[in-house]
Design a protein around this ligand. Structure first.
Ligand code: CA
Length: 361
């Protein structure tokens, strides 16, 4: 008798009715379902393919995975805040989430550049290894914590192109006086080679190049550069992208907004950003080749490799710039040491694996 009573009590508590087996929604159930309507601001022009597709796909995945509980509206650069105001706006809670690249915030936190890309540094595969299995992400979260932000890797373009120029680069002297759009530590390297680096958000590059405000620009690679029609503003397209060998794009979440989420929605963000991180690299890998063929064969773009002596010089300057980035403070030194140690170790193994294979193929 006692055990039957327990079963009946359990059925009542579970909200079961009579013999129908149907469940009724209780007040407790209703309280558990909370919907979150968020804003995600980005540094990319609205509807830009490639980089701009990442935040849209991220929001779409989260909406479906959460059955609408986490509904994020994506804003392009300038719609809510300017492209280079994303970090501050998410930090202050103007939007709960942002998508950009960590080197855009180098003026505020110099060590942030390590979480985007380092000249002559790690490629996409190596960056992902460092971030997710080499302690990189923990350091990134420590760096952003005082700014009320939780960062995630959320995209990678792979090795970029060196950029668009209106004159040939035949020696290091050709970089002198060159006014070039190039963000991050690469910009500092160009400055020491005699050029003038300019930081412009993507949406302002084309006009600046076409009107002569800048002499040259880097952007991403064939797929995204074709989308901006940069070939109509410059003739020579140089490789390799020594300054951005595998830049990580970032998603960042305001700390209070993050803490307000239940564990399952937090896990969905963790998983969806990892998916987007991989998705972007896959898309660029698939589309860059076809876009380069279009640029060269249909638009007559002059493809050029940077001369060896230019690359040797830029590499030497990069070593100085990267070493100096460690001097800012104790955390910057730990980030620098973690990054450079991981790169040395992974490069040694990759000389027997990825690099040896690519050389042999
Ligand atoms: Ca770039």
């Amino acid at each position: 008798m006692k055990s039957i009573n327990i079963v009946v009590m359990a059925m009542i508590l579970a909200g079961c009715t009579g013999g129908s087996g149907q469940t009724q929604t209780t007040a407790a159930d209703t309280a558990e379902v909370k919907n979150y309507r968020w804003k995600m601001i980005t540094t990319w022009p609205k509807n830009l393919p490639g980089l701009g597709a990442a935040p849209e796909r991220l929001a779409q995945k989260l909406r479906v995975m959460s059955a609408g509980r986490l509904d994020i509206k994506v804003y392009g650069a300038g719609e809510l805040v300017g492209a280079l105001e994303v970090f501050d706006a998410v930090s202050q809670g103007t939007a709960q989430m942002g998508h950009g690249a960590a080197y855009y915030w180098r003026g505020k936190i110099p060590a942030a550049a390590f979480f985007a890309t380092v000249p002559f540094g790690m490629n996409a595969q190596e960056m992902n290894g460092w971030l997710h299995y080499g302690g990189g992400l923990e350091l990134w979260r420590e760096l952003y914590a005082p700014f009320n932000l939780v960062p995630f890797a959320a995209g990678n373009s792979g090795v970029q192109m060196a950029g668009w120029f209106n004159k040939e680069i035949n020696s290091v002297d050709d970089l002198k006086g060159l006014k070039m759009r190039i963000p991050g530590l690469g910009g500092e390297v160009l400055a020491r080679a005699g050029g003038t680096p300019v930081v412009l958000p993507g949406g302002e590059i084309y006009t600046a190049l076409q009107t002569g405000v800048i002499d040259a620009t880097e952007w991403v690679g064939p797929y995204n550069d074709l989308a901006f029609s940069l070939h109509t503003a410059a003739k020579y397209y140089y490789y390799p992208g020594w300054h951005e060998p595998g830049p990580t794009l970032e998603a960042m979440v305001n700390k209070e907004a993050w803490d307000s989420l239940p564990a399952d929605l937090q896990m969905m963000i963790e998983v969806a950003t990892r998916a987007i991180n991989d998705d972007m690299l896959s898309e660029f890998t698939a589309r860059n080749n076809a876009a380069l063929v279009t640029l060269v064969q249909e638009h007559g773009v002059q493809l050029r490799r940077l001369p060896d002596d230019v690359l040797v010089k830029l590499k030497a300057i990069s070593k100085e710039v990267v070493a100096e980035a460690a001097l800012e403070n104790e955390l910057a030194e730990r980030i620098h040491n973690s990054y450079t140690t991981f790169q040395q170790d992974v490069a040694r193994y990759h000389s027997y694996s990825e690099q040896a294979y690519l050389n042999a193929r």
